[in-house]
Design a binder for this molecule. Structure first.
Ligand SMILES: *Cc1c(COP(=O)(O)O)cnc(C)c1O
Length: 225
């Protein structure tokens, strides 16, 4: 198992799938999901030149990335938060992440807005949409999306750049990707974060601009959640 080889393989698949669906491969960015991965694998991805990563917990992300950021060795490093965010971690999230993909409720929008203003660090956000309306899953219900988007943008002055979803395991993912694409069009949002190791080739023809790949790059997580 080689992280370098996996990165190349996935990148080739992105290029091919984008070309086949008439999209510019440059408009599909590969987020390497480094949660729960051993440090050596993360370092291998950095050594291979990869600079775009995603994490789903603030504290773990700090362990992986704060020292690397501060080292100055990776000035073009970009980090996305793709996991649930507690309001009391908003400040730390704003300090570490370049993009927050999991904005999903008013209370969090207010906390993020406050953290961004007090630190003068304005981070673009994506709204997480619970496309499958699963009670146990984070994300705003599709029926509430339009009002929530207006609230974030107008009342909190958060720069909303796009939408993110995690389809239900039991459904065809393409249904959910199509729904997210439709909403992004209606709200005039440029970014669509959708598609993981098992389904990214379905997300690209439906407009994904950011795909989130963990195991496909790094291999199985040693202690999966
Ligand atoms: C873990 C995770 C991924 C990556 O999943 P893989 O199956 O390892 O590719 C993508 N998105 C989110 C939100 C995740 O939590």
């Amino acid at each position: 198992m080689s992280v370098t080889k996996n990165l190349q393989t996935i990148q080739d698949q992105i290029t091919q799938t984008a070309n086949e669906s008439g999209r510019d491969p440059k408009h599909v960015e590969l987020l390497a999901v480094s949660k729960k991965q051993p440090d050596a694998r993360i370092q291998a991805a950095l050594d291979a030149g990869h600079r775009l990563f995603a994490e789903n917990r603030v504290q773990e992300a700090q362990e992986h990335w704060t020292a690397r950021r501060e080292s100055g060795n990776y000035p073009d490093l970009k980090l996305h938060l793709i996991g649930p965010l507690q309001t009391n971690k908003a400040k730390e999230a704003v300090a570490l992440f370049d993009v927050i993909e999991t904005l999903d409720r008013e209370k969090l929008a207010r906390s993020l807005a406050k953290a961004m203003q007090s630190h003068n660090q304005y981070r673009p956000c994506l709204i997480q949409v619970n496309t499958g309306e699963e009670p146990q899953k984070a994300g705003i219900a599709p029926a509430d999306l339009k009002d929530f988007h207006a609230f974030c943008r107008d009342e909190c002055q958060i720069k909303i750049q796009g939408l993110m979803c995690i389809p239900p395991l039991e459904d065809p993912a393409a249904l959910h990707f199509a729904l997210l694409q439709k909403w992004a069009g209606l709200l005039n949002l440029p970014y669509l974060s959708m598609g993981m190791s098992g389904d990214f080739e379905k997300a690209i023809p439906l407009g994904a601009t950011h795909i989130r790949i963990g195991t496909g790059i790094f291999g199985q997580r040693p202690n999966p959640l």
